[in-house]
Design a protein around this ligand. Sequence first.
Ligand code: A4P
Ligand code: MG
Length: 208
Amino acid sequence: MTAQGPTPPPAEGRRGSAREVGAAVLPPRGREAFAFLGLGSNVGDRLETLQSAVDLLENRPGIRVDAVSSVYETAPVGGPEQGPFLNLVVRVATRRSPQRLLAACQAVEQALGRVRVERWGPRTIDVDILLYERRRVLTRQLEVPHPRLPERPFALVPLLEVGHAEALPDGRTIASLLAALAPIDGVTMVGAQVRPPGEAGPSREPST
Ligand code: A4P
Ligand code: MG
């Protein structure tokens, strides 16, 4: 099964040697923080790109992919006329600060050939931090929770799957955010799945 319920992050990660400098912004010593990342692709082999992104995230120091949601095909929101997205959400356990986690997300985007042409435009891959524990972060580069999360079923539906007990820092639950948007259109679970890192088996675009 690819979708798993959230489990508390273990006290020690597998990459104990990956502890980074900049202690002031690290999670408390000796434990990992958890975060939820939203992934989206609407260019090329979307499913293969999502699989590669999940695998690359796992390979970054200080990041462990803990759970992977189902894959959803979603109607594009905003931007120019463009093709449908595949979206999913992963839960990660991480020793990285939010800022360093963003750097890892952007490194994965670059490794997969993301070119920033137009805001909200078509993209091979987008990796956003949706939640980092129940913390608020607001810097010039980063806002967490993701500011548009409450209005986006394409992120909330997969997030509910792997983070059903989660809430925003203001206490609003994922379920209540989704309920406020009901009825939900344009988010369809597809049969094809992205494997958690290390699990065997081919990924394929769903046949149409
Ligand atoms: N940034 C600030 N906060 C965050 C965060 N929590 N996570 C900054 C990630 N990045 C964050 O992002 C622009 C800048 O946002 C980054 O440099 C980072 O410092 P970007 O990925 O370069 O550009 P973008 O994604 O085009 O802009 P933006 O505003 O992040 O777009 P969104 O909100 O991510 O929306 N429709 C469907 N169906 N599925 C999608 O996945 N995605 C978008 C992109 C639009 N429509 C979509 C989908
Ligand atoms: Mg983005």
